[in-house]
Structure formats: structure tokens, C-alpha cells
Design a protein around this ligand. Structure first.
Ligand code: A2P
Length: 318
């Protein structure tokens, strides 16, 4: 299995399983199937609303001897309503309880956005807490405390810009080791990628297949469907691979690990095999490099309603 490595040598498999949008009645089976076919990295978050079901699946896998805890790389994320320092460790403890684990391999701040405790999703600007009132650096101290307590092996962030990562690097005792960002041929983020890699921060790409199954409220009009892009289809045919495998391998060849979500065994196998099923040539990579549109499928506009302290400009620092 192709792996990337943390600074201390710990492995991060190139292909993991994403669980965002996996329904509660399907996710347990998807996790068990994934582990059976060889996945060793599972990406979770309390915001996905399915950690209890995933915890049940882990427990069954361990009980049946399918895998040992130490063989898995399990990630979860701190939701935005728990950024106040006193809420960080309790939120982590809840996730550990739901996932039925004693520690996480990776714990990420889900967004550089704060919400009041108990708010899963904001309904208006009154639900938004400005970063000035709840600074990332004070949340981060508690992320560091989680490492010191042995509850978490590696800490990191998600949806952070170069500017925000830079600020965190300058103000942290334990540096972020992961930045999980949306990444695919329509959103290549070359500067962010090279900045992270230059600072020994692993980049995990989410929505690497274009997240066609995300809720309608998160979709724009007339969005191009990545899995149906003619160039991707052409490359898939040339390599006797599937379009999904081309998309995943492109990220992996760029040094990015991927966490495609699926609940179907055939696709789980296909996605896991992407790392070894094909090799994109220099010309293929150049072709895909020319497809960048700086297009975010998940642009964070749901944090930026009128009256919110967050805007698309200050969220992405673009
Ligand atoms: P399903 O769960 O029914 O397999 P992303 O990881 O970018 O969010 O994409 C997830 C979406 O892509 C889901 O709709 C998932 O559907 C679909 N998907 C996952 N793997 C494949 C694949 N190999 N081929 C086509 N679609 C896939």
C-alpha cells in the first residue's frame, strides 16, 4: 500500500475512506467492508452525524479480529461549536466515546470558523462567533493539550489558507501536521500545496471525486461534474482505469492523500486500488494541471451570510 509519512515516521495511507454523507444505516457496513478489503485509514467527524455507527463497526472489526487498533489510522475533527478552550477536550472525549476508541491518530480543527456551543449549523449571522472573540491560537493550545494527554497522536487543521497556517505555525508549540482541504483538478491550490509540503504538513484532499452526492443546498447551478469531465474520461480509457482512479491517482502523484467516500464494495475496492492501478505520465499530469478553474464545490458561503463576520475573502484569504 502506498503511504505518506508523518515527521515521526508514522504512516498515512495514500487512500483512506471518507465518511461524510454516508447515511447512518449504511456507514457501519461501509467501514467494515472497507477494512475487509484493505483500507487502513478512516476519516470521521462529529459533524457527519455518524460517529456512533462507525464506533460500532470498529468494535465489531476488533472483536472479530479483522484488524488491530494499532493497524488503523483514524481521524476525526473538532466541530466549530467547540473552539472555546473549555469545550475542546470534552468534544474530543465525546468523539472518542462515540468511536469507542482510547485515542485518535489524527485530530483536526474542522474549519477556521467559530460557532456558539450547541450550534451544528448556523441559521443566521447571530449564530456566528468572530475569530477575534475566539482566536484559533487559544483553541490550538487545547489541541496541543490533547496530544500531551495521549488522546491524539497528530493534530492539524482543515480548510485553512496559507495565511492561517502561517499564523498558526508562528504561534504553536506543536505544529499542525495535516491540512485537509478540498482538492481535485478543478481546484488545484498549487500555492497552498507547496506551502504545506515545504513546512512538513501533510495535505489530505477531500471531495477528490467532486462530491456529487452533497446536499442540494450546497450545490451551485450548472456545476460541471468532475467524474464526467471529457479529459478525465479520455485518460481513464487510455490507462484502462476508471475516471475515479484517474482523479485519485492524480492527487496521490501530487503528494496528496485522498479519502473518497463510498458505501459500495466494488467502488471501495476500485478506489483503494487507484494507488497502484495506473501511473500518470508527465504529459497526463500536465494535461490535468491545465484543467484548474479555482472552483470550490464547497466554498464555505454557508458561513458568510449577510451580517456574518466571515466573508469568502477573509475565510480563504484570497
Ligand atoms: P457511492 O457512495 O454511492 O459510491 P467524494 O469522496 O468526492 O465526496 O465523492 C463521493 C461520491 O462519489 C459519492 O456519490 C459516491 O457514491 C461516489 N463515488 C465513490 N467512488 C466512486 C467511483 N469509484 N466511481 C464513481 N462514483 C464514486
Amino acid at each position: 500500500m502506498t503511504v505518506f509519512r508523518f515527521k515521526n515516521g508514522d504512516e498515512l495511507p495514500a487512500v483512506g475512506l471518507g465518511t461524510w454523507k454516508s447515511a447512518t444505516d449504511e456507514v457501519g457496513n461501509a467501514v467494515k467492508e472497507a477494512i475487509k478489503v484493505g483500507y487502513r485509514h478512516i476519516d470521521c467527524a462529529p459533524a457527519y452525524g455518524n460517529e456512533k455507527e462507525i464506533g460500532q463497526a470498529f468494535a465489531e472489526c476488533f472483536e472479530q479480529g479483522l484488524v488491530k487498533r494499532s493497524d488503523l489510522v483514524i481521524a476525526s475533527k473538532l466541530w466549530n461549536d467547540s473552539h472555546e478552550p473549555e469545550h475542546v477536550l470534552p468534544a474530543l472525549e465525546q468523539t472518542l466515546k462515540d468511536l469507542r476508541l482510547e485515542y485518535l491518530d489524527i485530530y483536526l480543527m474542522h474549519w477556521p470558523v467559530a460557532l456558539p456551543k450547541g450550534t451544528v449549523f448556523p441559521t443566521g449571522p447571530e449564530d456566528m462567533v468572530p475569530l477575534a472573540d475566539c482566536p484559533i491560537s487559544s483553541t490550538w493550545k487545547q489541541m496541543e493539550a490533547a496530544v500531551k494527554k495521549g488522546l491524539v497522536r497528530h493534530i492539524g487543521v482543515s480548510n485553512f489558507s496559507v495565511k492561517k497556517v502561517k499564523e498558526l505555525l508562528a504561534d504553536s508549540e506543536i505544529q499542525p501536521e495535516v491540512n485537509q482541504i478540498e482538492r481535485h483538478p478543478y481546484l488545484q491550490r498549487k500555492d497552498l500545496l507547496s506551502f504545506c509540503h515545504a513546512n512538513q504538513i501533510l495535505v489530505t484532499g477531500y471531495s477528490a471525486l467532486g462530491s456529487v452526492d452533497r446536499p442540494a443546498m450546497l450545490k451551485g447551478v450548472d456545476e460541471p461534474v468532475l467524474l464526467q469531465d471529457p479529459e478525465i474520461l479520455k485518460l481513464a480509457e487510455q490507462h484502462n482505469a476508471t475516471p475515479a482512479q484517474v482523479l485519485l491517482k492524480w492527487n496521490i502523484q501530487n503528494g496528496v492523500n485522498v479519502i473518497p467516500k463510498s458505501t459500495r464494495t466494488e467502488r471501495l475496492k476500485q478506489n483503494l486500488a487507484a494507488a497502484s492501478a495506473l501511473e500518470l505520465s508527465k504529459q497526463d499530469m500536465a494535461k490535468i494541471a491545465s484543467m484548474d478553474q479555482n472552483r470550490k464545490y464547497l466554498d464555505g458561503s454557508f458561513w458568510c451570510m449577510e451580517g456574518s463576520p466571515y466573508t469568502l475573502e477573509n475565510l480563504w484569504d484570497e
